[in-house]
Design a protein around this ligand. Structure first.
Ligand SMILES: Nc1ncnc2c1ncn2[C@@H]1O[C@H](COP(=O)(O)OP(=O)(O)O)[C@@H](O)[C@H]1O
Ligand SMILES: [Mg+2]
Length: 279
């Protein structure tokens, strides 16, 4: 098998949702039939601990690598057996973190709708550009708006999205603050292996799955895991030399339609994607 796409999750703002976004993406890609390697380089080892819990699908492998050599070894070992490699990067600047970004085809920057998050995201994007220069290769990047509060799109959300748009930073997806994302870390497994203990958990879990699915589709398109207008994460992840279908400035504003809540927008986008894929 050829070189596998590597996606890093980075931002200098702690608690933005790097590990949450990584585990969510691993879950959706695995649910689509992909084999996913996850490498935790963050000393907090949040993802490594998650990997030790029960429920993790066999198609997701977890490596812990806190040094440069360990990271290179993990990438070498993972490449032959997986379709995609996801790397969790520690918040503060580090050699391992720079190496992870330098190896990546895409760096995902999770951003909560707050001024400090927006500020650190901008700093992180400058660091990604520096890594691209240093490694003399293209490194794509995108923001993911995380922990949005229910139906309300705050002033900070609009400000940050507008700034990203102006600066040519694609916003790949928006994730709402949902209990299901926390349950994945507490209980292990993915959004697709979590059971429902109570009937009233069913609908919120389904919402999270739909939201994660949209996230997975957008990321897949950005790095050519999924071709525009067709193919699932599964079938196309398996294509060895997927075409580059990165859509520049693909700002997916889930909140586009007037008077629509984010939850309604998730359902709308989910249905649109289903129709696009069956066309
Ligand atoms: N979309 C979300 N919904 C609910 N909780 C979230 C969400 N994103 C992050 N969290 C919670 O916020 C905290 C920090 O997230 P985490 O992914 O660990 O951030 P980081 O890896 O960037 O430090 C964790 O407790 C996590 O469960
Ligand atoms: Mg983390």
């Amino acid at each position: 098998m050829g070189r596998r796409p590597i996606i890093s999750f980075a931002t200098s703002k702690g608690g933005s949702g790097k590990s949450t976004c990584l585990v969510t993406l691993a879950g959706v890609l695995a649910d689509g039939g992909g084999r996913v390697a996850v490498i935790d380089t963050d000393p907090t080892q949040t993802v490594a601990r998650w990997g030790e819990r029960t429920g993790r699908p066999g198609s997701i492998s977890v490596y812990s690598a806190e040094t440069e050599d360990a990271l290179l070894d993990a990438i070498d070992e993972a490449s032959s057996k997986h379709h995609v490699i996801l790397i969790d990067v520690e918040g503060r600047a580090s050699i391992v973190g720079n190496m992870a970004m330098g190896k990546s085809s895409l760096v995902i920057v999770p951003v909560q709708p707050s001024e400090p998050d927006g500020h650190e995201a901008a700093k992180t994007i400058r660091a990604i550009k520096t890594a691209a220069r240093a490694h003399e290769r293209e490194i794509k990047f995108c923001a993911v708006m995380n922990r949005l509060q229910g139906a309300i799109r705050s002033r900070a959300y609009h400000d940050i999205v507008a700034q990203f748009q102006k600066g040519g930073v694609p916003v790949a997806a928006s994730l709402i603050d949902r209990e299901a994302y926390r349950r994945v870390f507490l209980e292990g497994g993915t959004l697709w292996t979590l059971g429902v203990n109570r009937e009233d958990q069913r609908r919120p879990l389904e919402k999270a799955q739909r939201e994660a699915y949209i996230f997975g589709e957008e990321i897949g398109r950005m790095i050519g895991l999924i071709r525009d207008g067709g193919g699932t994460a599964a079938s196309d992840a398996i294509a060895d030399s997927a075409p580059d279908t990165f859509r520049k400035a693909a700002v997916v504003d889930l909140a586009a339609a007037d008077g629509e809540t984010i939850d309604e927008a998730v359902d709308r986008r989910y249905e649109e994607l289903k129709i696009e894929k069956s066309a």
